[in-house]
Write a new protein. Sequence first.
Length: 195
Amino acid sequence: MSISLVAGLGNPGRDYANTRHNLGWVVIEALALKHGLTWQTKPSFEAEIARWDFAPGCTRWLVKPLTFMNESGRSVAAVARFYKLAAPEIVAIYDDLNIEVGLVKVAENGGAGGHNGVASLLEKLGPDFLRFRVGIGPKEPAAMDLKDFVLGKFTTDQSILIQQKLTHYIEGLELLLTRGASFAMNQLNRREPNP
């Protein structure tokens, strides 16, 4: 089953713009920019969406939920219902604390792992959507509250690394969209972390 909906998770508003929790938005915005797509605000979906006609008769929808992270599923499910898309046709892009900054992993299933946006998707869509997990870990200092960490901003070095890796993220995402989950997992999940 091909992927027809790509959702980047994040929080709306200037206060959240450069936080770790908005890395899903950074990636999906870069994908839209590369392909010259235009975002439109759709109040009925509580989202910004961009239409991507990537081949004759083939359309994908890029979605940025505007519901705040912990209600992401409400927005994504509304788009999916409208376009009659099943969960396996959906990929969610989100920040993952369990993956090192600069790395990405693709997964076909799994729990929320403490991520409220993923928990909301699981609640509204079930477990069958694809995951494009972009690393923000490890949490440093380790004693820092999880919420404070994910809503904090990247260090200067991390921000530079993410900008350098953005092309890699987009290429990995395109690999997932064109070649499927198994191929993308094989290519992306085995990459060794940077020294």
